[in-house]
Design a protein around this ligand. Structure first.
Ligand SMILES: Cc1cc2nc3c(=O)[nH]c(=O)nc-3n(C[C@H](O)[C@H](O)[C@H](O)COP(=O)(O)OP(=O)(O)OC[C@H]3O[C@@H](n4cnc5c(N)ncnc54)[C@H](O)[C@@H]3O)c2cc1C
Length: 444
């Protein structure tokens, strides 16, 4: 039997930040240093790991760090010093045969004139309606229709989000988008239609990123502060008795804990419980999430996608919804004169991997971003089982039952998949920091 004050599940940024900050605060409160971190894989970092193949660096699709909170800016600076660089976003949208600036709704200029006209008139009608009555939408499509109008909804919001979420926008609520979706007013939409570009729109106009080594360089730097004897790799919890605060590990050891911080996916955590109330089990069954399929490309040619870092591809004729270039954002992510790319596809079984690959190559050739096939040095498919949490009609009721229940058991389920949210790397860091500082809700 092992004893620990804080048992941490998962060594992604949430788990790493929790452990780091507990140790940092232990200088004045030594009892906080008593933690044990359990990680399934053979190295720490979770989604913020970087795979290096033939000199090309591949994050698990684009992982750009956007920092809003002064505490997290200070934390990143403490661990990385000057080894982070600031990058200005260069993203575009490819639709209706045109490349436009991000976000679509604020940069209609360059689209065929009939499309611009349709989008603009829809936006005017929506603004007039919104001036008379506030938006009252029960699903994401309704929200877009009421906020942006029919043209922008039909031309971008519906096709793009259908591909991203792998379900109809009528099935999801608009609650995920409060922070992440730029919502220009009519004046801004009109300015963008005339070609007045505002490259600062949205939460991600700038981001920080390690100068070398991919995003994993950041996770590794945090991990480097953690005493190895308090980290168990290649280990998983196999069952938890919430009442007794005991967890059995795959190593056969039993851990007695006071607090459990879990950043593994919420459904996976609940499956481990030896006993749960019926209504908690029912709420667990309501949790939905997308899976992702994505492809990595290493191409022996500089600046594939020109200087664009990522490109949104809403139209149905392409199976992928986003294609990005790591090396256009940070040159160290590909060998000199080469490009490292990622392509994101919702994980339905159709089309096949072979068809997606053919479509990607065709797309790159059409834009003169790819010559002959010999230039392709890496082409591989990967999967992310838990991608985007789906905010459907049952989402809030389920979470309102699950997270408070877990708190009563001294379990803090944190991070993107622990708290079951649409969240960023900074949010993960913040969760760990706030737990360590005692700033999160405690059992009532
Ligand atoms: C496709 C995609 C792109 C993204 N792009 C960005 C971006 O550009 N910018 C940004 O800020 N955020 C981005 N994010 C979000 C960001 O990745 C997450 O918010 C953040 O990395 C979550 O960290 P975490 O520690 O909570 O979860 P994870 O990174 O998922 O870590 C969980 C850890 O738990 C481990 N684990 C799982 N199950 C078990 C188990 N049973 N036992 C033990 N260990 C287990 C896993 O191996 C993993 O190490 C993106 C997310 C996705 C999916």
């Amino acid at each position: 039997m092992l004893h620990t004050k804080t048992l941490i599940f998962g060594g992604g940024l949430t788990g790493l930040s929790t452990a780091y900050h507990l140790d940092a605060l232990a200088k004045t409160r030594p009892e906080l240093a008593d933690w044990l971190l359990i990680e399934r894989d053979d190295r720490l970092g979770g989604l913020t790991r970087t795979e290096i193949i033939r000199g090309y660096h591949f994050d698990h699709t684009g992982h750009w760090l956007h920092l809003r909170h002064p505490e997290m800016k200070a934390f990143v600076h403490d661990v990385m010093g000057d080894d982070m660089m600031m990058v200005a976003r260069k993203s575009r949208i490819w639709s209706h045969g045109a490349l436009t600036h991000f976000p679509f709704q604020q940069n209609l200029h360059g689209l065929p004139l009939d499309v611009v006209h349709e989008c603009l008139m829809g936006a005017v009608e929506a603004a007039i309606a919104e001036a008379k009555a506030p938006i009252d939408a029960t699903n994401f499509k309704d929200f877009c229709l009421q906020r942006f109008g029919k043209g922008i909804t039909d031309r971008f919001m519906v096709p793009y989000n259908t591909k991203l979420w792998g379900c109809e926008p009528e099935e999801i609520t608009a609650d995920w988008c409060s922070r992440f979706l730029p919502k220009p007013n009519l004046s801004q939409i009109a300015a963008g239609a005339l070609g007045i570009i505002d490259d600062q729109a949205g939460y991600n106009a700038h981001f920080t990123y390690p100068r070398k080594g991919g995003i994993e360089a950041f996770a590794s730097r945090i991990a480097g502060h953690l005493p190895p004897q308090k980290v168990r790799l290649l280990t998983v919890p196999v069952s938890i008795d919430f009442g007794r605060k005991q967890c059995t590990l795959s190593s056969g050891e039993i851990v007695q804990y006071e607090h459990l911080v879990s950043s593994i996916p919420l459904p996976e955590l609940l499956k481990l419980a030896v006993e749960l109330p019926e209504d908690v089990r029912a709420a667990q069954a309501a949790l939905r999430c997308t899976s992702l399929r994505y492809l990595n490309y290493g191409i022996k040619r500089p600046q594939v996608l020109d200087d664009i870092q990522w490109l949104y591809v809403p139209e149905n004729k392409y199976p992928f919804y986003r294609i990005g270039s790591f090396s256009n954002a940070v040159a160290s992510l590909a060998p000199p004169g080469c490009s490292s790319l990622y392509v994101e596809v919702a994980n339905n079984s159709h089309p096949s991997d072979a068809e997606v690959k053919a479509s990607v190559r065709q797309f790159l050739r059409e834009h003169d971003w790819l010559g002959d096939d010999a230039e392709v040095e890496v082409e591989e498919v990967r999967h992310i089982k838990y991608g985007y949490v789906i905010f459907d009609a049952h989402y809030f009721a389920a979470k309102e039952r699950l997270l408070p229940f877990l708190l009563t058991q001294n379990v803090h389920s944190l991070g993107r998949y622990g708290a079951w949210v649409y969240a960023s790397m900074e949010d993960a860091l913040m969760d760990g920091y706030q737990f360590a500082k005692g700033l999160l809700p405690r059992p009532g």
